[in-house]
Design a protein around this ligand. Structure first.
Ligand SMILES: [Zn+2]
Length: 476
């Protein structure tokens, strides 16, 4: 079979156009299909046979098209559009495509202004300077590495696309795309620094004319990272320990309230939303979240709601960056605090504790100023000093502090009336989605590597894949 396919390469380009002789190709393929049919072939075998053969036909056509692009390329600088000083014509390079390897010839020149050398054809075709992957191979590598533990990705790719890509190549290519995603993210953040930039980001939002509420949820989770990146194998062989530590991943999600629908089981789901995730600290999250919120209609929104747990940094961020927003403490989080007080005062899960907690949870849910009522009742208990131990008093003071701090964020009654979310369920599912990918056993990366993959995953979920892979843009 492979001999026959080898012959197909020989019939390519019989008339010097660079295009294959399709009828000769068809004759060969028909012969192979008939032979397989005579032997009672399984359909999977037929599929593979035809798939391989189609690639043999497609490869020279792709080469022909890509070479046409290269030949027609104007020798101008991709960065500044100045005319390039051509230094070499027709230099060859190999590109690995979904149809196999092809050779291309293209010219390069130097930009006097940018003081750099460019291959303008590579730029137009979407080829990276230090990678042989075609745009489709770049895309497949990225998706495979995002979805599958590193060790399995090449196997999946081979089975699903017939492409044989070495694990290191696959990973390096995905990483390269992650770095491109990082640069796009940095460019968005840079836009937030000027008025024109803010306007440009805001214009990307497809905000409706009618008034809407924008919901922003924020949280952090942690990821384990291995130190001594690159030395793992060596250390293991030498029986040395591989140190690792936990790092915070700061995460946010942004969506319009009207983009939240209900499923048959009445669990809310969100049809369209923005994601942000970074390991570069709270300040980095703040900037990225602002850029994302602008692109989701921050400036057009009638009202903005920030929803999160009790972490101080979150509310500082909200006050810094989303001054117009109203705040809501996650209801489940508030409820946990009430149960903690009850168990502490009346004994763990005793009927008295349950009754006390349930009553106050109901206040908080149903009264506009339920939190104030809770605080008052905590003060009443606090005043019966002789009945409490020192430890109980201290933890009661802590809880009073918590409710004092957040009382203005606990108007669940009005929230419910407006059909707003009371808890940060959307954030929890966002974190879970990231964790499925980034907390998998055996997934340890360097700080820079993680950030690149986080950016790549986030760009994908934000439906901006076409910014890296323009061929993915939907036909209008
Ligand atoms: Zn230039």
């Amino acid at each position: 079979m492979s001999d026959m396919l080898g012959n197909i390469a020989d019939i390519v380009n019989p008339d010097g156009t660079g295009l294959p002789d399709a009828s000769a190709w068809m004759d060969l393929l028909r012969a192979k299909v008939e032979e397989a049919a005579m032997n009672g072939s399984n359909m999977g075998a037929l599929e593979k046979l035809i798939e391989e053969s189609v690639k043999e036909l497609a490869r020279p056509i792709l080469r022909y098209g890509a070479q046409l692009v290269a030949d027609q390329q104007q020798m101008r600088c991709p960065d500044c559009d100045a005319e390039l000083l051509v230094e070499e014509h027709d230099r060859e390079r190999t590109v690995n495509t979904v149809f196999g390897g092809i050779e291309l010839r293209r010219s390069y020149g130097r930009c006097k202004r940018c003081k750099k050398r460019f291959y303008p054809a590579d730029h137009t075709l979407g080829l990276g300077p230090r990678s042989t992957a075609s745009p489709r191979v770049q895309e497949i590598s990225s998706l495979a590495v995002l979805r599958t533990p590193a060790g399995q990705a090449p196997e999946d790719v081979r089975r699903m696309t017939g492409l044989d890509i070495a694990p290191s190549t696959l990973h390096r290519e995905a990483r390269r795309q992650g770095e491109r995603a990082l640069r796009l993210r940095e460019a968005d953040v840079a836009l937030t620094e000027t008025l024109e930039g803010v306007k440009a980001l805001s214009e990307r939002s497809q905000a409706p004319e009618r008034p809407f509420t924008l919901v922003i949820e924020i949280d952090a989770w942690h990821i384990r990272e291995r130190d001594c990146w690159g030395e793992t194998e060596q250390r293991r062989k030498q029986g040395q320990e591989i140190p690792s530590r936990w790092h915070w991943v700061y995460t946010g999600t942004v969506f319009r309230l009207d983009q939240r629908g209900g499923t048959a089981s009445d669990r809310p789901f969100i049809t369209e939303r923005g994601y942000v995730a970074t390991r570069q600290g709270v300040e980095a999250l703040e900037k990225q979240l602002y850029a994302e919120a602008l692109q989701r209609g921050l400036l057009q929104a009638k009202s903005v709601l920030v929803l999160a747990d009790g972490a101080i940094w979150i509310w500082n961020l909200a006050e810094n960056r989303f001054k117009q927003a109203s705040h809501r403490l996650d209801l489940w989080h508030a409820t946990q605090h009430l149960w903690a007080v009850a168990n502490d005062l009346f004994g763990n899960e005793t009927p008295e504790a349950r009754q006390w907690a349930q009553e106050r949870v109901a206040w908080v849910k149903r009264r506009k100023d339920g939190a104030v009522d809770v605080i008052n009742s905590l003060h009443e208990i606090r005043n019966r000093l002789d009945e409490l131990t020192q430890k109980q008093r201290e933890s009661l003071d802590e809880q009073i502090g918590y409710f004092e701090r957040h009382k203005d964020r606990m108007d669940y009654k009005s929230g419910k009336a407006l059909d707003q979310p009371l808890g940060s369920g959307a954030m929890e599912s966002t974190c879970a989605q990231y964790q499925v990918r980034f907390k998998r056993t055996g997934q340890f990366w360097s700080l820079e590597g993680d950030e690149a993959f986080l950016a790549l995953q986030t760009l994908h979920w934000n439906r901006r894949w076409h910014l890296l892979f323009p061929h993915d843009r939907k036909k209008e």
